[in-house]
Design a protein around this ligand. Sequence first.
Ligand SMILES: [Zn+2]
Length: 152
Amino acid sequence: MYFSYEDLGKHELVECPECGMEYAPTLEGDAQFHRERHEYLDGIIAKHGFIVLYEERERIKKVARKTIANNNSSLPEKQDAAHSLLKCYFARSIESMAEYYQMHVDLDTFIAMMLNNEDIFGKDTELYNSLVAKYGKKEGIQKGMSYYDPPA
Ligand SMILES: [Zn+2]
């Protein structure tokens, strides 16, 4: 952070129509922070074809968890929901790496790493096994965690 919240209060905020970030263009530190974030988000989209930002992630995760927990959902519905949920975790994980996003694994590898935790979907072994059959399992994310931590 290059400025205080008090500084920020003296400047007008705008919302970037592309990345959705609210920032103060007239406050150099904040404008720079936005430029950097905007740049790595663009880089993530160029490399992986998508990004899901915070508010959308929260909305998707809520719907996906409901579908997975619903006994009336079909297996393909649950698989779709699980894929959406894991895509949100992927987006959060890669966004957290900021300008180091190039070190992050791709979505399918990330999913295989998340599936290394056999409790990820609770007792729904049918869903779990069907996803493992598709993506496999890989080491790289600690059980109970949902962030990729690149090897040092
Ligand atoms: Zn932006």
